[in-house]
Write a protein that binds this ligand. Sequence first.
Ligand SMILES: Nc1ccn([C@@H]2O[C@H](COP(=O)(O)O)[C@@H](O)[C@H]2O)c(=O)n1
Ligand SMILES: C[C@@]1(CO)OP(=O)(O)OP(=O)(O)OC[C@H]1O
Length: 159
Amino acid sequence: MRIGQGFDVHAFGPGDHVVLGGVNVPHSQGVVAHSDGDVVIHALCDAVLGALALGDIGKHFPPSDERWRGADSRVFLRHCAQLMAQAGYALGNADVTVVAERPKVGPHAQAMRELLAADLGASPDDISVKATTSERLGFTGRGEGIAAMAVVLLRKAGA
Ligand SMILES: Nc1ccn([C@@H]2O[C@H](COP(=O)(O)O)[C@@H](O)[C@H]2O)c(=O)n1
Ligand SMILES: C[C@@]1(CO)OP(=O)(O)OP(=O)(O)OC[C@H]1O
C-alpha cells in the first residue's frame, strides 16, 4: 500500500460558479486559475502523484503550457488514474476536505463523489468529500479564496 496527500488553493475572481470535483457549483465568484481551477481535483491529483512518488500536477501539466488553459481538470485526474494503473495500483480510498466559507459543498458532495469515482475507476463508497469553514479566519475566512486537502491510500491492483 502507498499513501499520498495533496493540497491546493485558488483565489476567488470574476465569475458565477466554481468547479469542484468536476461539478459546477453556483457561486457569487469564480476562481483565478490557468485551468478550470478545480481545487478538489488538483489536491486529489497531487495525492495520487505523491503516493506514486511521481512529482506533482505542475510537473505533468505545466501552467506554462497553453494546452491546459481553461482545461477540464478531470483530464488531469484521468491521467493520474492511468499512471496509478500503469504502476500496478488501484485506489483504496480517498478523503477530501474543502476549506471555504462559501459556497456550501455539502449539497454537491454526492455528485462530486460519483464523478471522481468514475475517473479513478473506484466506487463512490471509497471517496469522501467533506467541507469546513475556517471560522472566518485567514484567507478562506475572509472569502479571498478556496482550498482543498486530499489524502489517498493506494492498494496493489487485484489485491
Ligand atoms: N464550504 C462549506 C463549509 C462547511 N460546510 C458544512 O457546514 C458544516 C459546518 O462547518 P463549520 O466550519 O462551521 O464546522 C461542515 O461540517 C460542513 O458539513 C459545507 O457544506 N460547505
Ligand atoms: C492545473 C494547472 C494546469 O496548468 O494550473 P492551475 O489551474 O493554475 O492550477 P494549480 O493548482 O496552480 O496547478 C498547476 C497546473 O498544473
